[in-house]
Design a protein around this ligand. Structure first.
Ligand SMILES: [Zn+2]
Length: 391
């Protein structure tokens, strides 16, 4: 059996019936992440490679090929490594994804089975991985659009450019809107939302003509491409790197660049995240309420607009704001450093600085897809415009 595993340690390999067929299981591609613990007959025990993560997390993504006619069982270490829709599956090298159990209300298992109809590659993941190359494909369609320009914030520790997409208005800019994602590398659903936002800005002629937008779609691009968890990364989580001395090239540069770029204009900053993998509190879209009461009030105003512009398939719930002081959203959550949204909220010209949590698989019993996530981004940008112009 040929196994291409660059991820790390392989604990036990018991090569039995897979041996004769040369089934390949691998993760040596951008966004790949898996550790194979054991193979016995047609059962494969796998688990996420946590690398430099403090504690447990749930991101994994691997590919299988040369498995025609096989029904393989993939066993994960516990119930919290699959969403309520099971794993996502891709037949085109991770460009399009679908849930294995889109119609199941709440798939709950430590394992899943898959029957391979051909020898072609099939990818599996806990979510719908979104890499740099997908973003390149997306943004290329706007390459001749004069209002859009691509720039680099800085280079990462592994020498990758951190891209900025600037969309300039027809008229003189009076407002600035900064949208960031992937402070936590694994939280890929954010990028589908960003695609919809950019589409809406460039295609909807009715939007405000005085807003300059900047998108930074991959704050931790090294983590994204390497298939890291990113969340609770050691020595520091990228989204706790906004107080004291920043340790990452991205956060060091962002802290320097942001005041120069925003120039004391009225500014909105939205940092898109994904919550935990499944269950109550993690299966609806929400804004974690700000600890600053004035900012919490702005979040409320914005969320009223979002409720109004929410015409797409994914509907926001009445619990759109998760108030400060509840559950995990307390001062304790800042103990390891300021988040991006807390940091930007300390600037007087930032009218709204918030993160938003966009789930992996389920939004209020609705199944999340690449398309409806993107459409939610369109609703969101309309709400940003309503909030700026009609407040
Ligand atoms: Zn996050």
């Amino acid at each position: 059996m040929k196994l291409k595993i660059l991820s790390s340690i392989v604990f036990f390999l018991v090569l039995e019936s897979l041996y004769s067929q040369n089934v390949n299981i691998y993760s040596d591609f951008p966004t790949g992440n898996i550790l194979i613990e054991k193979i016995k007959n047609d059962s494969i025990w796998v688990r996420p490679d946590l690398r430099d993560t403090e504690g447990d997390w749930f991101y994994w993504c691997f590919a299988v090929d040369n498995a025609k006619g096989k029904t393989l069982s993939f066993l994960l270490p516990n119930l919290n490594k699959l969403t309520a829709k099971g794993p996502a599956v891709s037949y085109d090298s991770g460009y399009t994804w679908e849930w294995l159990f889109p119609d199941t209300l709440s798939f709950r298992s430590e394992s899943f089975q898959f029957s391979f109809e051909s020898n072609k590659e099939v990818r599996f993941s806990m979510g719908m991985p979104y890499s740099q190359s997908r973003f390149q494909t997306f943004i290329e369609k706007y390459s001749s659009n004069p209002s859009l320009s691509l720039d680099t914030l800085t280079l990462t520790e592994e020498n990758r450019p951190i891209e900025k997409v600037i969309i300039r208005p027809k008229n003189k800019a009076e407002y600035k809107v900064l949208i960031t994602a992937r402070h936590h590398a694994c939280e890929m659903m954010a990028n589908y939302v960003i695609e919809g936002m950019i589409d809406e800005i460039l295609m909807n002629k009715k939007l405000g003509s005085n807003i300059e937008y900047c998108f930074i779609p991959f704050i931790d691009i090294d983590g994204v491409e390497n298939g890291d968890q990113g969340k609770n990364r050691l020595p520091r989580d990228h989204n706790r790197d906004y107080s004291g001395e920043a340790v990452y090239n991205s956060t060091i540069k962002l802290k320097e660049w942001f005041p120069e770029w925003s120039q004391n204009m009225t500014t909105i900053c939205i940092d898109i995240h994904c919550p935990w993998i499944r269950g109550d509190g993690n299966e609806h879209i929400y804004l974690p309420g700000s600890q600053f009461s004035e900012m919490a009030e702005e979040q409320s105003k914005f969320s009223r607009h979002l409720t109004q512009t929410n015409s797409g398939e994914l509907k926001v719930s009445n619990n759109l704001i998760y108030p400060f002081g509840y559950g995990w959203n307390t001062h304790q959550n800042n103990s390891k450093g300021f988040s991006f949204s807390k940091w930007v909220s300390t600037f007087e010209h930032v009218k709204l600085g918030t993160s938003i949590e966009f789930p992996y698989g389920v939004n209020v019993k609705q199944t999340i897809t690449q398309q409806n996530a993107s459409n939610f981004g369109r609703d969101f940008i309309k709400a940003v415009n309503e909030y700026l112009y009609n407040e």
